[in-house]
Design a protein around this ligand. Structure first.
Ligand SMILES: [Zn+2]
Ligand SMILES: [Zn+2]
Length: 350
């Protein structure tokens, strides 16, 4: 999150702190559910996609049953074992998130892929002809090819995401994602379409240039879709040691924190590998839960409609002034409340 916009926010008033669920005294079915829901849904979705390849379905269509299964599992998980009561409530954000699904997520990636296949794809064929062989290691097991695609594809995405947080100029493309008033599965789609285009281009371009097979790219589509909805899900879940592989909800919730030192971490979309390499992985052991009050300072002035959010990168200067005013107003209110709370009883009753 850009430092000029979002300074570390003051402590939240007790009234808006959520009633967090925890596992310390939880029953064994609750514990089992917390640890099982993600692996069952995620690896189940990948297996379904793989089975569809084996049946001879086209790679793009083969992803649909797996993604549908993973999405149904996340909806079930939010219903059975929500993480925060605050995130179960609607904030009028659903229509905007649904438009992001259609216009920010479903539309741009296929267009980017078509354009890159017509350019970089042709270059990859020429390179392979020149070398007498493709660059992609098609001979290694399929599961390793998917892991390799995840690591290579995430490198550009990691730096794009980090640049958006560390540069105020680039923050304009990514701020929409952090404007979500809560974390639940549907706001996995809340990205400005330009953010999607840049991020997806940097992810897919090296894979196309290397001649990555369409089945591996399609498997990555299932991986990204199911991981994305779980990453933002309002489910009380745990990953244990898998937190060293996936950039999942326990890590990503810190990334949505209002506190800058927490938010400018965990940039991985699917895997946490590049955060480990570049020292931005963040999962504090001394703090059990990241704050449930997500967003950035001044976000009360950020547009809540899809069209309003589309315009934000193009009216950035004016928007920064509005965000700054909203941030100051929030700080004033908090300060006033803090003074009142701290006032001696005799003063408060006068
Ligand atoms: Zn971010
Ligand atoms: Zn997110």
């Amino acid at each position: 999150m850009s430092p000029e916009v979002a300074e570390p926010s003051p402590p939240l008033p007790a009234a808006v702190e959520p009633a967090l669920t925890g596992l310390a005294d939880a029953s064994w079915p609750r514990r089992v559910f917390a640890y099982a829901i993600f692996p069952v849904a995620f690896f189940g979705a990948l297996l379904i996609t793989y089975a569809c390849f084996q049946e001879g379905r086209a790679p793009a269509l083969a992803t649909l049953p797996g993604i549908a299964f993973g999405t149904l599992m996340v909806i079930l998980g939010e219903w059975v074992q929500p993480r925060s009561a605050l995130w179960s409530k609607s904030y009028g954000d659903t229509p905007t998130d649904l438009k992001h699904v259609l216009f920010s997520q479903l539309l741009p990636p296929p267009l980017v892929e078509l354009a890159l296949k017509a350019t970089a794809g042709v270059a990859a064929v020429l390179i392979a002809e020149r070398l007498g062989r493709g660059l992609w290691p098609v001979g290694i097991p399929f599961v390793l090819q998917v892991a390799l695609a995840a690591v290579i594809g995430e490198f550009g995405q990691y730096w794009w995401h980090r640049l958006c947080h560390e540069s105020l100029w680039f923050w304009r493309f990514h701020v929409t994602h952090h404007s979500a008033p809560r974390l639940w599965w549907l706001n996995a789609a809340r990205f400005h379409p330009l953010d999607t285009v840049f991020s997806y281009t940097l992810t897919i371009l090296p894979l196309i240039l290397l001649g990555c097979p369409p089945e591996v790219v399609a498997m990555m589509a299932t991986f990204t879709a199911v991981h994305g909805v779980f990453q933002h899900a309002n489910i009380d879940l745990r990953l244990g040691p898998l937190n060293w592989i996936f950039s999942m909800a326990e890590l990503h919730r810190w990334h949505h924190s209002r506190t800058l030192s927490d938010a400018n971490t965990n940039y991985g979309a699917n895997i946490i590998f590049w955060d480990i390499v570049f020292g931005t992985r963040h999962l504090p052991k001394d703090r059990v839960h990241p704050p449930a009050d997500v967003g950035f300072l001044g976000d009360t002035a950020f547009p809540t409609t899809y069209v309003g959010q589309l315009w934000t990168p193009f009216r950035w200067g004016a928007l920064l002034v509005e965000l700054d005013q909203a941030a100051r107003s929030t700080a004033d209110t908090t300060d006033a409340q803090g003074v009142e709370d701290a006032a001696p009883a005799s003063t408060a009753t006068e």
